[in-house]
Design a protein around this ligand. Sequence first.
Ligand SMILES: [Zn+2]
Length: 89
Amino acid sequence: MHPGSISEQYNICGTPGCRCKDPENPQKHGPYYQLSYTWRGKSSSLFVRKDRLEGMRAQVANYKQLRALTQEWVDLEMKRERIERTGKE
Ligand SMILES: [Zn+2]
C-alpha cells in the first residue's frame, strides 16, 4: 500500500521546434503520472511509469481503504470511551 494521490502531468521539452512549443497548436508531452504524498510529515512525489500505473493505483486505493477503516475504528473506540466515562453518547 502507498499513501498519496496520482495526477497527470504534461510537459514542455527543451528541443527547439518541437510540437510541444507549436505557437498555433502546442501538443505537450505526456501524460506522465506523478504520485504525490506526505508520510511522517514529509512531502514527496515520484513519477510512476505507465507499466506500473495500475499497480500503483491499487496500492493507493489500499492505503485509502486502510485509513478509512482505521478512522472508523478509532471513532468507535472514542465513542466507547465517552460512553464509559459519561454514560451517554
Ligand atoms: Zn517537446
